[in-house]
Design a protein around this ligand. Structure first.
Ligand SMILES: Cc1cc2nc3c(=O)[nH]c(=O)nc-3n(C[C@H](O)[C@H](O)[C@H](O)COP(=O)(O)OP(=O)(O)OC[C@H]3O[C@@H](n4cnc5c(N)ncnc54)[C@H](O)[C@@H]3O)c2cc1C
Length: 228
């Protein structure tokens, strides 16, 4: 659907100083190699593009030459916060559905929520959510209030890692509470479970978030995460 692509490339040979370029999708040399099917069921696809002898004028450089990483970091803050909010929303929906189902579904003569193993799962889901929600609002507030850029970058990695992994755990429990129905494509938690999986991969995998967080602690100490 997009008209142009933001391409991250090395302009002066230094891999640590990439540059961003705006490239029109219709430009000569740009083509889609294939559109693989992914686990999720989003309406938009994720095509693989190929660039062959694509030339762009200087006017299509986004920001300064060699300044691509700095711009990308700004964008990552927004994107990582957005992923945290998305996954939090998915987890809340899953808890609402699982909670309602636990009251409705009866086994052995009683609602399944009367089994402590089910109610404890619901309790753990709720606690994970309240913790993640507090952090999402905290980091969003920091961004809005213009907190130090490096600190915000570190916190955006932390919340992306925490919320996306939290959603994975919560969705897994929701599927379990639904039993066989949780594995049916007609069930919302089945879809949510599939859809949140990618949030541990894109915009930096969970491992890369840990690299960012670990790097910040080396440079600035644990205070960057704990001193507030
Ligand atoms: C559905 C979908 C849509 C996407 N859309 C876009 C998009 O619009 N734009 C875009 O730019 N990208 C997009 N991506 C790409 C996505 O950002 C990458 O898949 C992701 O960053 C991981 O890179 P990779 O797939 O090359 O995995 P790899 O880098 O090969 O990683 C493989 C494994 O090794 C680990 N690993 C790699 N390096 C390290 C390290 N230094 N330390 C520890 N562990 C490491 C990873 O965490 C992972 O577990 C999309 C991906 C998907 C699945």
């Amino acid at each position: 659907m997009a008209d142009y692509i933001i391409v991250h490339a090395n302009a002066d040979g230094d891999p640590d100083k990439p540059t961003l370029f705006l490239v029109d999708k219709s430009q000569h040399g740009v083509r889609i190699a294939r559109e693989p099917k992914f686990t999720n069921t989003y309406v938009f696809g994720h095509p693989e593009f190929v660039f062959e002898d694509v030339e762009v004028p200087e006017t299509r450089v986004l920001g300064p030459v060699g300044g691509g990483l700095e711009l990308t970091k700004d964008w990552f803050v927004e994107a990582r916060l957005q992923i945290a909010a998305n996954t939090l929303g998915a987890a809340i929906r899953a808890l609402e559905l699982a909670d309602a189902w636990a009251s409705e579904r009866r086994q052995f003569g009683r609602p399944i929520r009367d089994f402590q193993s089910i109610e404890f799962m619901l309790a753990d889901m709720a606690v994970e959510i309240i913790a993640a929600k507090s952090l999402v609002y905290r980091v969003a507030w920091e961004i809005d209030s213009g907190a130090d850029r490096k600190r915000v970058h570190a916190h955006a990695s932390a919340i992306k890692l925490q919320a996306s992994e939290m959603a994975g755990r919560v969705l897994d429990k929701a599927v379990q509470i639904f039993g066989g129905r949780g594995y049916m494509r007609e069930n919302a938690v089945e879809r949510l479970n599939r859809d949140v999986r990618v949030d541990r991969i894109w915009e930096g995998t969970s491992e890369i978030q840990r690299v960012v967080i670990g790097g910040q602690m080396r440079k600035r100490g644990p205070e960057v995460f704990c001193g507030w």
